[in-house]
Design a protein around this ligand. Structure first.
Ligand SMILES: [Fe+2]
Length: 335
């Protein structure tokens, strides 16, 4: 994919945070802290700010009180304050919705640019967050699956090829793996895109959109997946374990998918690989290869394919309308 270098004068570093809407802040705080193993940095009347053990900044997950579950924001860290201004110019030139977050709206974040990407996703760009103590070597505090950091988000849009082109051409993302239909169609149906050198910060998949399928947290080691399931089940959340444990073909990760008390989905994930060498071609997967989803493990349940999270409109504050895929439907679910 040829890059548009005309106005790519910014550096997106990595995925930085995710904001989930929840109905009951206390219930969700207890779920994510006591049963999953995240840590509370701070809370206010409407938010609980959470972090994982490697985080050295204020939060990587925000729980926001709302009557409707879903996704409030997907946050990316950039390297310098000037990058925020360059990104603002880029989105403004394309007449995409954008605004600067007011300091009182979220705690712990420095100057933050909120934009709506061309597919309707609410994105936040920030250069700094309030520094906090890393809990990496506070081993006596590590619990359960022990999430180490927010690793990636996976989103659905009516045509993932368009998402692949926007994020690689215009925002400088690299592609580690992708699914493409056979010639002569040659259409991208999913792409795993990164800025930090792992398999992905952002995966785009063809499906009803804009919606978000899940956010993924990294775990320290494979047994963390089992310990996470044990802890969830023991705490009364066995039915919240939606899919797995199993191993993905794409990304090679060992994983389990979990639904929180509001039905928001997240993944606990470990075992992907470094992508530092830029001359490594992206790995192509055929659409009819079921090993791309599960290298091994039970087939995903129907809900994993058919349910995803609504995302918030920057303009209205309401959930974005969802459109069906504009390209040929993928045979996702096989009875
Ligand atoms: Fe994932």
């Amino acid at each position: 994919m040829e890059r548009n270098m005309d106005d790519m004068n910014f550096n997106i570093l990595r995925l930085g945070h995710i904001e989930y809407f929840v109905d009951d802040l206390s219930r969700s705080r207890d779920f994510y802290v006591d049963a999953v193993g995240l840590f509370e940095t701070e809370r206010d009347e409407r938010h609980v700010y959470l972090r994982a053990i490697e985080d050295r900044e204020h939060h990587s997950m925000v729980l926001t009180q709302s009557g409707t579950p879903g996704v409030g924001a997907i946050g990316f860290r950039v390297s310098r304050e000037e990058d925020l201004d360059q990104l603002a110019r880029k989105f403004q030139a394309r007449q995409l919705p954008m605004r600067w977050l007011q300091p009182w709206e979220k705690r712990g974040q420095g100057r933050t640019l909120q934009v709506q990407d061309p597919f309707g996703f609410p994105i936040e760009y920030y250069a700094t967050k309030q520094p906090v103590e890393s809990l990496l070597q506070q081993y006596h505090l590590h619990r359960h699956g022990c999430p180490t950091r927010l690793d990636h988000v996976n989103v659905l849009m009516p045509d993932a090829q368009a998402g692949y082109e926007w994020y690689t051409r215009e925002l400088g993302f690299f592609c580690s793996e992708y699914t493409q239909s056979a010639p002569p169609d040659d259409h991208v149906y999913g792409a795993w895109l990164y800025r930090k050198p792992t398999t992905h910060d952002l995966a785009v998949m063809t499906g009803p959109g804009p919606t978000m399928h899940h956010a993924g947290f990294s775990l320290m080691e494979p047994m963390g997946v089992i310990r996470a399931c044990d802890a969830l089940a023991a705490a009364g959340y066995a039915d919240n374990i939606e899919r797995g444990p199993a191993r993905h073909g794409i990304s090679n990760a060992l994983f389990v998918y979990v639904r929180d008390p509001d039905g928001n989905r997240f993944e606990l994930y470990t075992g992907d690989y470094l992508t530092v060498d830029r001359d490594q071609p992206p790995k192509r997967w055929e659409l009819d290869n079921p090993r791309r989803q599960s290298l091994w493990g039970p087939p995903p349940p129907r809900c994993w394919f058919e349910e995803s999270m609504r995302v918030t409109s920057l303009a209205t504050g309401e959930p974005q309308p969802v459109q069906a895929p504009t390209t040929r439907a993928i045979p996702l679910y096989v009875e």
